[in-house]
Design a protein around this ligand. Structure first.
Ligand code: NI
Length: 192
């Protein structure tokens, strides 16, 4: 287990499509997951994708604090390891929420995401995980899985006017994105 350097925006490993994992139980994948957990714990954040530590495999980890779970989800979601994930939006509805990224340090932006998704993948034992997610939970999964396809959150932003350095957000206490009939507003500012 090692705390590793984080790849930041511009590095090729964050631009490519990551490779499928053939055997989730392979020793190198278990080591990768251990390194991802150690690195995320050290950096602080709610999620991490393998390319963020320069490993181009389709592996993400995330956790959703109890306070962030929607009312339909009554329990804290423990840290989840998801291998070869696949996301299916459950409706066309999207909402804006603040996002940050350990690979885009110091910045926050308002990003539209699907409000309800289904996702499936494998855990570190090779067992299938299949869940539905809403709100922040759905947002984190979409953010992490984007990393596996070379997408960083600024590439998803509809309006770059909301891209702020965290240090300057205090100057914009009432700042909100322009109203959009298709987009509700949610507050979410954790890095992932
Ligand atoms: Ni990220």
């Amino acid at each position: 287990m090692a705390i590793l350097k984080l790849a930041v925006m511009g590095h090729p490993v964050l631009k490519r499509r990551a490779d499928e994992v053939d055997d989730p139980t392979a020793p190198e994948i278990l080591r990768l997951i251990d390194d991802m957990i150690a690195t995320l714990d050290d950096a602080g954040g709610v999620g991490l994708a393998a390319p963020q530590i320069y490993v181009p495999f389709r592996v993400v980890i995330f956790e959703v604090p109890a306070a962030r779970l929607g009312i339909a989800e009554s329990e804290t979601l423990p840290r989840t390891v998801l291998i070869n994930p696949v996301i299916t939006p459950l409706s066309d509805q999207r909402e804006l929420g603040w996002e940050g990224c350990l690979s885009v340090p110091g910045l926050r932006g308002a990003v539209p995401r699907f409000t309800e998704i289904g996702y499936r993948g494998l855990d570190a034992s090779g067992r299938t995980i299949e869940r539905e997610a809403r709100g922040f939970h759905a947002r984190v999964v979409q953010h992490e899985c984007d990393h596996l396809d070379g997408m960083l959150y600024p590439m998803r932003m509809a309006d770059l006017a909301s891209l702020h350095f965290v240090s300057e957000m205090r100057h914009n206490p009432t700042w909100m994105p322009a109203p959009d009939e298709d987009l509700a507003w949610s507050q979410a500012a954790d890095v992932a």
